[in-house]
Design a protein around this ligand. Structure first.
Ligand code: TYM
Length: 376
């Protein structure tokens, strides 16, 4: 791959590369920005805006306005999100799930969570069905550790639950042509057949609530923007099948700890996994890319640049809720009062505190994981 190709922005459900220009994604994907007006409308129901909205981590949507209008007129909605279980969960994956949990609490609504053990099997040459099923179980523990309510949270393990999904998947697949799928996902001659059919399975949980309860309500999907191509094709056919178009709320990618790029399990050195031990977290953060200067003397004199610093981004998005303290940290960074080592040590402490609690809850989740399995 040439440098030019490496730097070129690519955002698909399977690959995120180059510097991500979120404004450009809104234009190219045809989504809507989350405006202040819409956020005000949302906060009428949620009270104070969630940190991820306040700090702009969620930035774009499709039909959130329509879903809220309907809600105000008495039509509820369900939440839908998911995970492709190809390995352990990292803290980037937790971003949309934490926000989903907030929405479940505020709107008192069901969540359908799809564990796509089939997707990861067809897409990844290295993984067996046994492995993706095992990761499915492990990843469900991370979801449950976040505190979702068992009565309202329904995990679908695709392979195990295919009988529940298959009829709707066929209805979807019949109405999407190969040329649409190819244009949307970039399929090639050597793409395997399983992968080509697979997007019709990711569409199913948008519609499954009606089959299970008889109620026809829209689904709202919180996820990072990489999943959007699925919803484009699903939205095209939803009404033909008698359902609402699924709505979305999209987040940015939590960056990895290296230079540029999203946190990605395929780059373990720059990703923090929820099962990482404290020493491992400390080491990864110690090696993080910051906006610091080459020497202490230069940094004291000229200050550092929080805009390009991964450590600072983690405080912004997840680990510093207090706006005033965040502004103070930024000021001290720019003025050269604080050295990068200090911020790294503080961040590692906060991440480890969060993970210690998460890992404890994850252990407890083993006792209740079956309660979350979707019922017929
Ligand atoms: P997967 O396993 O790639 O990702 C799971 C969720 O995490 C989001 N995500 C991130 N969010 C913030 N920062 C990051 N660095 C980051 N990396 C990943 C993804 O957008 C996703 O929301 N095909 C899907 C599984 C799936 C799904 C869904 C996801 C099935 N149905 C409905 C969302 C909504 C997948 O492989 O996700």
């Amino acid at each position: 791959m040439t440098d030019e190709e490496r730097n070129e922005m690519v955002v698909t459900p399977w690959e995120v590369r180059g510097k991500v220009d979120y404004e450009r994604l809104i234009r190219e994907f045809g989504t809507q920005p989350l405006t202040d007006d819409l956020l005000r409308k949302l906060s009428k129901h949620t009270g104070k805006l969630h940190l991820q909205l306040q700090r702009g981590l969620f930035f774009s949507h499709r039909d959130l306005d329509i879903v809220l209008d309907q809600y105000e007129k008495g039509t509820k909605f369900v939440l839908y999100t998911g995970r492709g279980p190809s390995g352990p969960v990292h803290i980037g994956h937790l971003v949309p799930w934490i926000f989903t949990k907030h929405l479940q609490e505020k709107f008192d609504t069901r969540l359908y969570f799809q564990m796509t053990d089939d997707e990861k099997f067809v897409v990844d040459d290295e993984l067996s069905l046994k492995e993706t099923a095992r990761y499915g179980y492990e990843n469900a523990l991370d979801l449950i550790a976040l505190g979702f309510e068992p009565e309202k949270t329904f995990i679908i393990y695709d392979v195990r639950d295919i009988d529940l999904l298959y009829d709707i998947a066929l209805e979807v697949a019949k109405r999407i042509t190969y040329s649409t799928a190819k244009a949307t996902f970039g399929f090639q001659d050597d793409t395997n057949l399983g992968w080509i059919f697979w997007p019709s399975i990711q569409a199913v949980p948008c519609f499954i609530h009606k089959k299970l309860t008889g109620e026809n309500v829209p689904a709202l999907i919180p996820a990072a923007i990489d999943q959007d191509p699925y919803w484009r094709i699903t939205r095209d056919i939803a009404q033909k099948l008698g359902y609402y178009k699924p709505a979305q709320i999209h987040c940015r990618f939590l960056p990895g700890l290296g230079i540029g790029g999203k946190m990605s399990a395929s780059e373990p050195e720059t990703s923090i996994f929820t099962i990482d031990k404290p020493e491992v977290v400390k080491k990864k953060i110690w090696n993080a890319f910051t906006g610091g200067r080459p020497s202490k003397a230069e940094q004291k004199k000229m200050g550092a640049d929080p805009d390009i610093c991964t450590v600072y981004q983690y405080f912004v998005y997840l680990f510093e809720e207090d706006d005033q303290k965040l502004a103070e940290r930024e000021k001290r960074c720019r003025s050269g009062e604080v050295m990068c080592g200090e911020c790294k040590i503080e961040l590692a402490e906060r991440v480890n505190r969060f993970l210690a609690e998460h890992q404890r809850k994850r252990e407890n989740a083993k006792k209740i994981v079956e309660k979350f399995h979707i019922k017929r």
